[in-house]
Design a protein around this ligand. Structure first.
Ligand SMILES: [Zn+2]
Length: 332
């Protein structure tokens, strides 16, 4: 059961549009501790698109793309509020099954928003979290490298329960035994053939698409915050995976840019695994340039390479369509 369904016809009656609208509505107003409200107007002049979607964002039609042709500065009859700071964090965008905060750091305050995410596979890929912490530290000391048009978020540990549980196989799933990279409402399946896939311990895609609180929190954040590009770090060794089936143009362009500054395999190594419910594929389907990047081992940070990836990601222009985008993506 891995059919790709229409964006307007989610297949699981347990998470229909009404339920998802309620889910999205539930993040407004913020619960205690949720300092980031992506639906809140930023204090800098906002793109017109933000105003137009301030109600309940529809995840099946949301197109979180930045249109550079849209004027971002409008004459205002009232004095503008002071610009928000260029650093904020940690801020919780939600909580895990066991109640641990999903912590996000923000760097810069520009209109083009993007996200680096680590630890989707918990303690089993603990080195991605260690890398995220290094990137956070580096950015705090070098905030000037964030271009004025960019806001970069880093979610350092998307599966904090798994990270706290184990640095081995038992640390991969969330507290419900779900794989948080198999729980997204794109080609979702509870189970999949083990051939070529990680199968050291029983694990599943959740009880339905976006059934897990971690997925729900990040889904809200990505759509309501109009994230345009994301990197999700994994380990280990398989390379750089652009999101989408087949890969979407923006995701391909981001993957190619990362491949130019790293020695990670690209196209990625195919193991014959059937991928279902993946974050990057769902994100690409929703207009986000999305890439999975696998570190070279289960213990290395590859910091030098990933500082180059950071610079590429900050310089990436999600809204530029190159001639490459017009070509049919090659299968990877
Ligand atoms: Zn992984």
């Amino acid at each position: 059961m891995s059919s790709i369904y229409s964006r307007r016809q989610p297949p699981n009656p347990g998470l229909g549009l009404t339920a998802l609208a309620l889910l999205l509505a539930s993040c407004v107003p913020s619960p205690a501790g949720l300092a980031i409200d992506p639906l809140q107007a930023p204090t800098h002049p906002a793109p017109a698109r933000v105003e137009a979607t301030r109600g309940l964002p529809d995840p099946w039609t949301a197109t979180p793309t930045y249109d550079p042709a849209t004027p971002t500065t409008q004459p205002s009859p009232t004095p503008s509020p002071p610009p928000r700071s260029r650093f904020e964090g940690p801020t919780a965008i939600g909580t895990s099954v066991a109640g641990r905060p999903l912590e996000v750091y923000r760097f810069g305050n520009g209109p083009s928003q993007r996200l680096i995410l680590a630890g989707i596979h918990g303690g089993y890929e603990w080195n991605t979290i260690a890398l995220a912490d290094e990137l956070i530290s580096y950015l705090r000391q070098n905030l000037e490298i964030v271009p004025p048009e960019v806001t970069l978020y880093i979610l350092r540990a998307f599966n904090p329960d798994g990270a706290a549980r184990s640095r081995s196989y038992a640390g991969r799933a969330n507290e419900n035994g779900a794989d948080l990279n198999r729980n997204w409402p794109f080609d979702w399946a509870r189970t999949w053939p083990p051939t070529g896939c990680w199968s050291y311990l029983p694990i599943n895609g959740g009880t339905g698409p976006a059934s897990e609180p971690e997925t729900q929190a990040l889904l809200r954040f990505l759509l309501a915050g109009h994230i345009e590009a994301l990197i999700s770090y994994h380990s280990a060794a398989l390379g750089i995976f652009p999101g989408g089936h087949p890969p979407h143009p923006g995701s391909l362009r981001l993957a190619e840019a990362i491949a130019e500054v790293t020695d990670y395999p690209y196209p990625p190594i195919e193991t014959g695994c059937t991928y279902t419910g993946q974050l990057a594929d769902w994100a690409a389907q929703n207009g986000i340039a999305a890439v999975d990047v696998e570190l070279s081992t289960h213990y290395s940070l590859d910091l030098e390479q990933n500082l180059r990836v950071l610079q590429v990601f900050l310089d990436f222009q999600p809204w530029v369509r190159s001639t490459q985008d017009q070509k049919t993506p090659a299968p990877h």
